[in-house]
Design a protein around this ligand. Structure first.
Ligand SMILES: [Zn+2]
Length: 405
């Protein structure tokens, strides 16, 4: 965020221009309206007039914005600009911002019909369109080259789309707890967990969900549960650093059987520290093994990691770390994921959610009781990339937690 140090309004230096332009403003607008705003010259005049008028009314127009930028051109650098862009149905490009500013700069005494016509003409000239879903003619937006603009089809990620797809999607081939999508959610700062629900309508469950993950696992009911039947086979693998974690994508063939239901292993990824806690205790890291059944139901096996001896699967993944983010990179050799599992296969289980947006619920969680060790060097390698990528603990809200006795 840019915070100017000016003691006065940062646009104040424009005030001589704005005074001059202000005197001509009404004349310009009348002229433009009569001319139907044709020709480049009147439009330029209008733009200048609008800019100057912005400088005059800027303190009002920006009253809700605690910080501002020193020049109109950089007015985009407002706080929460990123969040706001994402929250809109269509992203607003720089031209759109100018159009908005121009609207805000309109004199309140202008005849509404004339101003509407003027606005339409100006919008046409600037390539603006009415914001989708907007009832107000004032919500003009411009189809620009803003990379956040959803109307511009994003190039398909080079990563296998099936594995880098949206969380919770019912496409049996598309699941990832950490999609490399356009939403700039994060673990701290702007886009941090408190804001996830407001970033996109489809992230709403992050704020309103009642069965969210992770939780502090305690007071589980001890019962005799059948062991998880792991059917993990050595296979090739690929690695992607998706900006939220390091994720290993796996070909079909491995899976688990729980409660007579078979789930295929899709991918696994890491968090530091562990997202889940056991009786309040976090662990150095956790690996989440993400599975999906033919109906699209998700089951995640969490293996807690603590510092100790080196972990061979972790080492194989670190050896294959891609140089570029968001590129699913095939690794040489094969991986035996079963080597990630602890000897003692007792576990805690509860119903929860994805721990990243969209925080979809209905996820069967199985947290292995016995941690697995990794070396301090291995821990440090991940820490350099992701010092903290764990969602805060969510209320367990009386949920049933069972544990193998
Ligand atoms: Zn995870």
């Amino acid at each position: 965020m840019y915070r100017p140090i000016f003691p006065r309004h940062p646009l104040a230096f424009l005030s001589p221009i704005s005074r001059t332009a202000g005197n001509c403003r009404h004349a310009l607008q009348r002229l433009a309206a009569r001319m139907g705003v044709t020709g480049l010259f009147p439009v330029s005049l209008l733009a200048i007039g609008a800019l100057a008028a912005l400088a005059m009314v800027a303190p009002d127009a920006r009253a809700n914005e605690p910080a501002s930028a020193p020049a109109p051109k950089e007015a985009k650098a407002e706080p929460k600009a990123e969040t706001r862009t994402e929250a809109r149905p269509a992203a607003t490009a720089q031209k759109g911002e100018k159009a908005e500013k121009a609207e805000k700069a309109e004199p309140a005494d202008a005849p509404p019909e004339a101003m509407d016509r003027l606005r339409e003409k100006l919008a046409q000239r600037l390539g603006a369109v009415r914001a989708p879903g907007s009832k107000s003619p004032n919500d003009l937006q411009v189809a620009g080259k803003n990379p956040e603009a959803p109307q511009v089809p994003r190039p398909a990620a080079k990563a296998k789309p099936a594995r880098a797809g949206a969380d919770g999607a019912l496409d049996p081939h598309a699941v990832a707890l950490h999609p490399a999508g356009p939403a700039h959610w994060a673990y701290n700062g702007a886009g941090g967990p408190d804001t996830w629900a407001s970033l996109k309508p489809e992230f709403a469950a992050c704020g309103t969900g009642q069965r969210q993950s992770p939780i502090d696992i305690r007071d589980g009911i001890q019962v005799q549960m059948p062991a998880i039947q792991f059917d993990y086979k050595p296979s090739g693998f690929s690695v992607i650093d998706n900006g939220h974690t390091v994720q290993v994508n796996l070909p079909a063939g491995s899976g688990i059987t729980v409660n007579n239901r078979r789930y295929d292993l899709l991918q696994f990824h890491f968090h530091r520290p562990s997202e889940e806690r056991i009786n309040g205790k976090p662990f150095d890291m956790v690996v989440h093994l993400v599975h999906k059944d033919p109906e699209g139901k998700l089951a995640v096996v969490a293996v807690l990691l603590e510092r100790g001896s080196a972990q061979p699967v972790v080492q194989a993944v670190w050896n294959a770390l891609p140089l570029e983010k968001n590129e699913d990179t095939p690794a040489p050799g094969s991986l035996d994921v079963s080597q990630l599992l602890p000897k003692d296969q007792r576990f805690y289980t509860y119903m929860g959610s994805l721990t990243t947006p969209p925080c979809s619920e209905g996820v069967l969680w199985m947290v292995m009781k016995q941690p697995v060790q990794l070396s301090v060097d291995q821990l440090n390698i991940f820490s350099r990339m992701y010092p903290m990528n764990a969602r805060p603990i969510q209320p367990s809200a009386g949920r049933m937690i069972k544990e193998s006795s």
